[in-house]
Design a protein around this ligand. Structure first.
Ligand code: AMP
Ligand code: MG
Length: 652
């Protein structure tokens, strides 16, 4: 701090910033206001051909226009008869019937009457001729000359006959408005000869991303740019919920351009969804534009949700206009929680029925008081039921969504969810997908090389990165099969074994060379040994380090090297080997400690220090499970060992 304090210029839109979230509404209040402003409303409908109606909501009650079947129909191949003719037939008392001179196949209308003492050959699906009241199966008859049969079994009236209208009766209510048309409904409509139905027209939802930093997938990423994630996920979520998304691309933070885009979008669309620009920094414009687009305008700006506080809900001349938060996870949560109910209602669809399960939370989850908080979780099977591991990586993360099984909600009035809480988890999928193999602990890119073989064999592997100590705790509680750990014990100067508890056994994994990383050419480090390099680093007050989080095996090494020193950067404590390498590569720090494969992948200089043992604490009780056996087998294959070596690891 001593060298050169720079004056930070005043931000240009001070007044704008002070508007920030003047009135934060609770989630329930915001939902209620949005709903009141939008409903009731007429749902526009359109006629659609049956083939195009799949998934649509029926907009009319449908009454059966005909009987199905339309005539009395034979269910078997056989002979149409008068049941009274053969009521006395039996094995010892065959009855002779004379055949009429026609055969009734499907699609052939009968012309001859079945008179007493006669029978007419009839195929499955053929219309019953006048006079007949039952069908005798061909298997229960014998030819008797060329134009008669012998029947040795009695039939009751109506046997093997489906009467007209017995399936669907003319005038019967066939389908009700609001029914979602699936293949079964299409079948019923087709059977009645209905070729077109009136269905709710899909609401057209225009989607706009905002931000100077956004590049569409497929384009080249300039420095400090990011790919537009929200555009794709919001459009997909709209289609998933009965809307028709019209993606209009990313618009830069330019008031005139954005206003033109929003006005253009609202001309054709029933609804407009924007994302980004809601945190009301200098570049945040959309909410100001909304005020000019129609009445009543903004009805909620700022909702007590986490993630998702900057959500903005508006209605402009009857059309919902929504600004989702910029961070993809926040955008997704707020869209599903706050917008999907309105969208489905506009699409004539019933509310979504999400599957829910109950699961125990193994760790305490801190939560902000005053905001309803959604926490994504991964489910694993514990000793007594499901365990829900929080898997969120912050509201900016997108992978949390893909890897999580569902989410739980922490009430706005709670400041935490204590460990051991039995929580209700809303699933992202219709059923719980319990993985075959559960790995909880420290993550390593080498692990993917081993588990790839299992994935190819059709086994699902769930790997939850919580660090070595977190993994060990999970293994002791029996919540995982394997806990990858790399824990150095100061006293015995050995790795991992001293940390094992009863019920756990060590499976040797591989060695990872840890060392100091620096940018190539940095004279403070280049060509020096570790101790010497650290001495140089500590002597230079401009030299910034990057540390590791408490509990990481690497952190123990760093603290030993530093011997109590706290150089600048000590409190920068990222949680992964990759983050350390990136910080040094991007010049945010000058040195840190990471593993050789990661250092080399980023092109950094590397001073080897100590080999770290990356092993697995195996829960002995779960050893017989076939997925565990498959993992152990995969670990031992030449193929996996060679892949590990190629990546810079040394298999044990
Ligand atoms: P904003 O509300 O515009 O300040 O955005 C908040 C954060 O979300 C910033 O880090 C943006 O870069 C990010 N963000 C905004 N829009 C998108 C998008 N469409 N895709 C991915 N990230 C976004
Ligand atoms: Mg922005």
């Amino acid at each position: 701090m001593s060298s050169g304090m720079t004056m930070i210029p005043k931000p240009p839109h001070r007044a704008l910033e002070q508007e920030q979230f003047l009135k934060i509404l609770s989630r329930e209040e915001a939902l209620a206001r949005f709903e009141t402003a939008l409903f009731p409303r007429a749902i526009p409908s359109e006629r659609r051909k049956l083939v195009d109606a799949l998934g649509a909501a029926l907009a009319e009650d449908i009454t059966a226009p005909i009987d199905v079947p339309p005539f009395d129909r034979s269910n078997v191949d056989g002979f149409a008869v008068r049941s009274s003719d053969i009521s006395a037939a039996g094995e010892g008392a065959p009855v002779n019937l004379v055949l009429n001179g026609e055969t009734i196949r499907c699609g052939i209308a009968p012309t001859l009457q079945v008179a007493t003492g006669t029978a007419t050959p009839i195929a499955t699906g053929g219309p019953l001729p006048r006079g007949a009241d039952a069908v005798v199966m061909v298997e229960h008859t014998q030819p008797s000359g060329s134009d008669a049969i012998e029947v040795r079994r009695a039939v009751s009236p109506g046997q093997f006959v489906s009467y007209a209208g017995s399936d669907i009766a003319r005038g019967e209510a066939l389908l009700r408005a609001g029914t979602i048309i699936g293949s079964r409904e299409i079948g019923m409509l087709a059977a009645c000869g209905v070729a077109e139905v009136k269905v709710a027209r899909k609401p057209r939802v225009a989607v706009i991303s905002t931000g100077d930093e956004l590049v569409q997938p497929g384009g080249a990423l300039a420095p400090a740019a990011i790919y537009d994630t929200n555009g794709a996920i919001v459009a997909a979520a709209i289609d998933e919920n009965g809307g028709e998304a019209v993606f209009l691309g990313a618009i830069p933070d330019d008031e005139a351009k954005l206003e033109a885009a929003m006005r253009g979008a609202l001309k054709d669309a029933d609804m407009l969804v924007l994302s980004g620009g809601t945190s009301k920094g200098a570049g945040d414009l959309s909410h100001r534009i909304i005020g000019r687009l129609g009445q009543p305008g903004i009805i909620a700006h700022g909702v007590a949700l986490k993630p998702g506080k900057p959500l903005c809900l508006a209605v402009c001349d009857g059309k919902p206009v929504v600004i989702l938060p910029g961070f993809p996870t926040s955008a997704m949560f707020t869209f599903h929680d706050m917008i999907v109910p309105a969208l489905r209602q506009m699409a004539g669809l019933p509310p979504r029925s999400d599957a829910k399960v109950s699961a125990t939370v193994p760790v305490r989850i801190a939560s902000e008081l005053g905001r309803a908080e959604f926490v994504m979780v991964s489910l694993v099977e514990g000793r007594d039921g499901l365990i829900a591991y929080p898997s969120g990586k912050g509201s900016g993360a997108i992978t949390s969504f893909a890897q999580a099984d569902g989410f739980l909600r922490i009430d706005a009035l709670a400041d935490q969810m204590p460990a051991g809480t039995e929580a209700e988890v809303t699933l992202f999928t219709p059923h719980v997908r319990v993985p075959d193999l559960v790995i909880v602990g420290s993550h390593c890119t080498g692990l993917d090389l081993v588990t790839a073989r299992l994935a190819h064999a059709g086994l699902t592997v769930r790997s939850i990165a919580v660090g070595s100590l977190g993994g060990l705790a999970a293994a002791k509680r029996g919540e995982c099969d394997l806990a990858p750990i790399h824990l150095f014990d100061d006293k015995s100067e050995t790795y991992n074994t001293p940390y094992l508890a009863e019920g756990l056994e060590l499976v040797p994994g591989w060695r990872r060379m840890q060392g100091i990383v620096f940018r190539k050419g940095d004279k403070r480090f280049e060509g020096r040994g570790a101790k010497e390099a650290i001495a140089f680093a500590l002597a230079d007050r401009d030299c910034i380090m990057v540390n590791r989080n408490q509990g990481a095996g690497t952190r123990i090494l760093i603290d030993r090297l530093l011997a109590g020193a706290r150089p600048d950067g000590y409190w920068n404590q990222p949680r992964s080997h990759n983050a350390v390498a990136t910080a040094v590569a991007q010049n945010r720090a000058d040195w840190g400690m990471t593993i050789a494969p990661v250092a080399h992948a980023v092109g950094l200089g590397f001073i080897p220090l100590a080999e770290e043992h990356y092993d697995f604490a195996l829960v002995t009780a779960r050893k017989p499970r076939s997925a565990v056996q498959a993992f152990l087998a995969a670990l031992g294959t030449d193929e996996a060992r060679a892949a590990l070596e190629r990546a810079g690891f040394r298999p044990s």
